[in-house]
Design a protein. Structure first.
Length: 502
């Protein structure tokens, strides 16, 4: 594991401590000793070090050296001030508290104005055929103010400090946490027209068949996570120079676009067996442009646009009253979804580890920007991406089976028992398709049984009674690139409920 400041270089013997380049993987300092690349074995974090020891590690100049040499002390402080405050200008914090209590202060506000008009009508062609059409017009504007300042909290209060006031503080937070101060004021506007039309055929009272076409949209917006970063000045080679953030210009990912969808559907609703069975079914094909995908990144979820996706499938549900007391039900969905194009998808932990390993290994690459390992490309100093075009979305199938039995005990009291089984095919817990975050197919059994009347009920229940172990979600661990975690679903749960309606 590399140190937070994994590279340091002294260009001269009498440097003035000027920070001249920063990126999240290394910090170059123009200091005063010609010291080689430094690391501090056994230290978990640069921020846990005594700041004077840190500077001694970087420069080779100790506090004793400075104290014994007034001229050297004058170089460090600019005025020959006492040693305990000699780094306050560079660090932005006095004495031994220097980088041990840093903070990030954020503020985010969005104002949204939306208006819409909608009209729909049905034309009955004859007794069996009808057509329904509608259209909706929507206008929406969003104005956002997003600010993050960096500072120190030695006094217990957050004190924002500019890069000019505390250059090394900003440099270390940039190198350690890929965090830069910024202040954005942005706005966006949406104008959408979405139509829909349905052709319906009812040959008798028990059958309803239809074919429908509809369009829809989901409004775009701005991400509210406070680790959003600004844009950076480009070098002559077109690369990002992270030592030169552009405070008022958002970096990639701050704004995401509208999601648009169009869908065809054909289906039917049927009453069978003298009304004892209800069968509904539908086949569909939906196409998405700028599909909005939510991904956990850093300290929160961010929304990004996948270029295109197609989801098609078939679903049905059947409800059968087998006897006066016994009811059976089954609902299932079969899906075939994939990204048609998704070139900017986030990388998995395994892919990130491969890139980090390439840079850290003996004889590793000097600059991992542009490197491609396991399908993940380092697109900038702070960002990696993979192309998920063709990758599958969601599960192949999922469903619920249910049995319910009721037995009247009196004119107003009923004993009931219900058992259901929920099941699903396997799926990825994260949008980056982390292999270790794949949840295998599973099913869980639930039940409830008790007494009920028109006014009250008593019931015992159990959820996941077979204690099936599965995860309900997963994410990459903040500040630990290449690591991930899961939300484990509860195991077996048993309980009792009582209610009375007044």
């Amino acid at each position: 594991m590399s140190a937070i400041l994994s590279g340091a270089y002294s260009a001269s013997q009498t440097g003035a401590g000027l920070l001249y380049q920063v990126d999240p993987t290394y910090v170059d300092l123009d200091l005063s000793s010609g010291a080689p690349v430094f690391t501090v074995p056994g230290q978990a974090s640069f921020l846990s070090l005594d700041p004077f020891a840190v500077m001694a590690s970087i420069t080779g100049v100790t506090i004793a050296d400075i104290t014994a040499n007034p001229a050297l002390a004058a170089v460090w402080t600019g005025t020959g001030a006492q040693v305990p405050g000699l780094l306050s200008g560079a660090m932005g914090v006095d004495g031994g508290t220097q980088l041990l209590a840093t903070n990030r202060m954020s503020y985010w506000q969005q104002d949204t104005q939306s208006s819409a008009a909608f009209i729909q009508g049905t034309y009955r062609i004859d007794d069996a055929w009808s057509i329904t059409a509608g259209i909706r017009y929507t206008e929406e504007t969003k104005d956002v103010y997003a600010m993050t300042e960096l500072g120190q909290s030695a006094t217990g209060l957050g004190n924002a400090q500019s890069p000019a006031e505390a250059p090394l503080l900003h440099g270390v937070l940039a190198a350690s946490f890929a965090t830069w101060a910024h202040e954005f004021e942005e706005d966006r506007a949406t104008n959408q027209v979405v139509p829909g039309v349905t052709l319906q055929w009812e040959p008798d009272d028990n059958t309803n068949l239809y074919v429908a076409y509809a369009e829809g949209f989901k409004s775009g917006g701005f991400n509210s996570v406070d680790d959003q970063n600004p844009d950076f000045v480009r070098t002559e080679a077109g690369l990002l120079d992270t030592s030169q953030p552009i405070r008022n210009v958002p970096g990639p990912g701050f704004e995401y676009d509208d999601e648009n969808a169009s869908s065809w559907e054909i289906g039917g609703k049927h009453r069978l067996m003298d009304g004892r069975m209800q069968l509904n079914w539908a086949a569909f094909n939906s196409t998405y442009e700028n599909l909005q995908v939510s991904t956990f990144a850093g300290l929160g979820f961010i929304v990004a646009n996948a270029a295109e996706a197609t989801i098609k499938g078939f679903e049905f549900d059947v409800n059968f009253q087998a006897t006066e007391n016994l009811r059976l039900a089954l609902a299932m969905g079969f899906n075939d979804g994939s990204y048609d194009s998704f070139p900017g998808a986030g990388c998995s932990a395994i892919q990130q580890n491969a890139l980090v390993g390439a840079a850290a290994a003996a004889g590793g690459v000097e600059n991992i920007v542009g490197q491609d390992l396991l399908g993940c490309t380092q697109v900038s100093v702070t960002q990696q991406s993979q192309n998920l075009g063709g990758a599958k979305i969601g599960t192949d199938y999922n469903g619920t089976a249910q049995i319910e039995y009721v037995q009247p005990l009196s004119s107003d009291m009923m004993w009931f028992t219900q058992v259901d089984y929920n099941f699903t095919d396997g799926y990825f817990l994260q949008g980056d398709r982390e292999p270790a975050q794949y949840q295998d197919a599973y099913g869980q059994v639930n039940f409830r049984t008790g007494l009920r009347t028109d006014n009250w009920f008593l019931q015992a229940y159990g959820r996941n009674v077979l204690d099936e172990q599965f995860a309900s979600g997963g994410f990459n661990v903040p500040l630990a690139q290449g690591s991930f975690a899961r939300y484990q679903a509860p195991g077996a749960v048993f309980g009792f409920q009582a209610a009375y309606q007044f």
